[in-house]
Design a protein around this ligand. Structure first.
Ligand SMILES: [Zn+2]
Length: 340
């Protein structure tokens, strides 16, 4: 019987160490290669039927955990959930993963990230969408259509270049009709509470004015393009909309912000984030959608999930759990929905 004690492990490590050191120090090829010093480009491809999807990261933002980040939980509970997810306490890292859908006849971007101007501002941590799009070999001028889920800054600021020009010069910009109606209503704007809500209204005006207000509002319950169905998931914002991309019998639920980071909101669907405009409605929608994802074994593409932000969902005794889809070295991938 082999018994592994700390002592025997240390002793064997020492032996291995000694054995390794000698040839390396004797080798003329031991000159150090310079470290790359930057992260690899972030894009990931998979197929949904005949459609090719490229997930392109915009990077991430880390900020201090605010006391009221979750309005119906105290900071201790939030820190405990962060710890359970092996994340640092008192900090929240929000990641952004827009996607590009190539239907064979059209190139469609869904959501655009925090914007190119944010690349410099964030020291390269976010605002990476255009850089990674280029690395993925996708020409921004070849994009036919940009579909926006809702009007929060991390979804629309990438519609503009760093100098406030249209980032997708040849694309039709589709926006949820309910979101457009709410955020361009001057009455709603004048009643918006000071702070975050007013800032959102101002930013919506800034971005869409820069585009000459050239947008096409779309209705939920209809396809925005062949195989891309808009699904009303209001609550997180007035007209928040998700999308089901399908081709053949294959489909993926592109949820946008039905949940934010899964370690907090998938595990605890009853938690109300300070950035949910109507937290009660957001929770109802979250539970309804996640019940459906779990029951149908359908993949979810989560804008704020860890890259490449693709997972299945199962129900637990307290909420849900996301099971990341493993990285595939080919375009072949797990089926969605999974055959039962
Ligand atoms: Zn978001």
């Amino acid at each position: 019987m082999t018994e592994l004690t700390r002592r025997s492990v240390l002793a064997s490590t020492a032996v291995v160490g000694a054995a390794v050191v000698t040839p390396i120090s004797a080798s003329p090829a031991s000159a150090a290669a310079p470290p790359a010093g930057t992260q690899a480009s972030g894009f990931y491809r998979y197929k949904v039927g005949d459609y090719e999807i490229t997930v392109v990261t915009d990077g991430s933002t880390t900020r201090p955990l605010e006391d009221n980040f979750i309005i119906n939980q105290n900071k201790e509970a939030v820190n405990a959930a962060l710890a359970a997810g092996f994340m640092e306490k008192d900090k929240v890292t929000i990641r952004y993963s827009p996607i590009v859908v190539n239907t064979g006849s059209r190139l469609i971007v869904v959501d655009t990230g925090t914007g190119e101007a944010n690349f410099e501002k964030s020291n390269g941590a976010a605002g990476q969408f255009q850089k990674n799009l280029k690395a993925a070999g996708i020409d921004r001028n070849a994009v036919d259509m940009v579909v926006i889920s809702h009007f929060h800054t991390d979804h629309i600021n990438g519609l503009l270049t760093a100098d406030d020009k249209p980032a997708f010069a040849n694309a039709e910009i589709l926006v949820p009709a309910a979101e457009w109606k709410y955020f361009t209503d001057e009455g709603e704007m004048s009643r918006a509470p000071a702070g975050r809500m007013q800032d959102i209204f101002k930013n919506v005006k800034r971005v869409f004015d820069a585009l000459g207000r050239k947008v096409t509002p779309y209705e939920a319950g209809k396809e925005v393009a062949p195989g891309i169905l808009a699904v009303a998931t209001h609550g997180h914002s007035a007209g928040h909309t998700s999308h089901i991309v399908s081709s053949g019998s294959d489909k993926v639920f592109v949820q946008a912000d039905v949940t934010n980071l899964p370690q907090l909101f998938v595990r605890n669907p009853g938690w109300h984030a300070s950035f949910d405009q109507d937290p009660k409605m957001a929770e109802e929608v979250r539970r309804k959608i996640y019940d459906m994802l779990a029951a149908e074994k359908m993949m979810v593409q989560g804008f704020h999930y860890p890259f490449p932000a693709l997972a299945y969902v199962e129900k637990t005794s307290t909420g849900y759990r996301e099971i990341p889809v493993p990285w595939s070295p080919t375009l072949a991938h797990a089926r969605s929905p999974l055959p039962t």
